[in-house]
Write a protein that binds this ligand. Structure first.
Ligand code: NAD
Ligand code: UDP
Length: 334
């Protein structure tokens, strides 16, 4: 199958590209490198022995996108391109809506023009807002609490309208829980930012000694040890979930939503212990005040994905931490 990945040079897209290439599919990466770098291509080639087609362009360049879809006889699109930092989205809402929402409108137009009507969209558990019950299933009410989350909600609504308007469309929105870990080679992983916001990359930097200690945001939540509980899912499990969703879609026209999580929650302190064990390094931490906007616990009901796709996460927390640590060490040694 010929598959185009918008944002395919990013953290999740690059892992999905490897999975698709290794399964014998043709992959076209379309990315403006806003949050990734050209060197990813060589890393994908080193792992798979194949260099995918790469088009450096913005998804809002509708004509370029249409031409790419036509020239490469693309049959389906995986749509990863987007800005994803929750805090930044509150400071730059217009930029977030322009990139994520306008970008998706452009993609829908290009796909219509090129008559490509299969789409897998990267959504997020953030669309559920504050959990009213746990685990979160796909029927949970939707209520995003920040511009990033609202951009995902707007996109889901647009895609649903499109699927309803024309029975030839098949669209699935995958709601990721907390992607973590890296490719087992240590060649691909989450690109580090100056000071990471997310727990896993932050702990990795503490373990190397680049950052002094982890601030644990709150230990007075109604959870077993008082710290926040999340559903961490290995990025390679996520990648396999995308491939399963892509082929399931071929038999299922219309609009669909699906959680990609493990169903298992881990607390911040459990994560610290797991990372220290995997890395063989201490992860010093101190208890800090709660972070604004955080919920006590958030984890998936993964049953629909198991039932519909026959997919479930296979890799455990130890593998997530070990692979993230391998990638971190590889970054240090170059
Ligand atoms: P990432 O930033 O590593 O990858 C996104 C890629 O999209 C980058 O390579 C970036 O350069 C590209 N991009 C951004 N805007 C673009 C545009 N206008 N035109 C072309 N390319 C553009 O992020 P990621 O972690 O791989 O996330 C991929 C998708 O999954 C995003 O849509 C994100 O919102 C969603 N998601 C991520 C997480 C997570 O924790 N990583 C959780 C839930 C959902
Ligand atoms: N967290 C923390 N310290 C950090 C970063 C995160 O204690 O430096 C906690 C956060 O409060 C949450 C969990 O780790 O309970 C996961 O946070 P992350 O930002 O990775 O993902 P989120 O679920 O918020 O998207």
């Amino acid at each position: 199958m010929n598959v185009l990945l918008t944002g395919g040079m990013g953290y999740i897209g690059s892992h999905v590209a490897v999975t698709l290439l290794q399964a014998g599919h043709r992959v076209i990466l379309y990315d403006n490198l806003r949050n990734s770098e050209a060197g990813i291509l060589a890393r994908i080639a080193k792992i798979t022995g194949q260099t995918p087609v790469f088009i450096q362009a913005d998804i809002r360049a509708t004509k370029t996108l249409t031409d790419t879809l036509q020239q490469h006889t693309v049959e389906a699109v995986l749509h990863f391109a987007g800005l994803k930092a929750v805090g930044e989205s509150a400071q730059k809402p217009v930029e977030y809506y322009a990139n994520n929402v306008e970008g998706t409108i452009s993609l829908m137009q290009a796909m219509q023009e090129a008559e490509v009507r299969s789409l897998v969209f990267s959504s997020s558990a953030t669309v559920y807002g504050e959990p009213r019950y746990l685990p979160l299933d796909e029927a949970h009410p939707l209520a995003a609490t920040n511009p990033y989350g609202r951009s995902k909600l707007h996109i889901e609504e647009m895609l649903r309208d499109l699927s309803i308007s024309d029975p030839l469309w098949r669209v699935i929105s995958l709601r990721y829980f907390n992607p973590a870990g890296a490719h087992e080679s240590g060649l691909l992983g989450e690109k580090p930012v100056a000071v990471p916001n997310n727990l896993m990359p932050y702990m990795a930097r503490v373990a190397t000694g680049e950052l002094k200690e982890l601030s644990v945001f709150g230990n007075d939540y109604p959870t077993p040890d008082g710290t926040g509980v999340r559903d961490y899912i290995h990025v390679m499990d996520l990648a396999e979930g995308h491939m399963a969703a892509l082929f399931w879609l071929a038999e299922h026209p219309g609009w669909h939503t699906l959680n990609l999580g493990t169903g298992q929650g881990y607390s911040v302190l459990e994560m610290v212990a797991a990372f220290a064990k995997a890395s063989g390094r201490a992860v010093p931490y101190r208890i800090a005040p709660r972070r604004k906007g955080d919920v006590a616990a958030c984890y998936a009901d993964p049953e629909k994905a198991r039932r519909e796709l026959g997919w479930q996460a296979r890799r455990d927390l130890a593998e997530m931490c070990a692979s993230a640590w391998k990638f971190q060490k590889q970054l240090q040694t170059g």
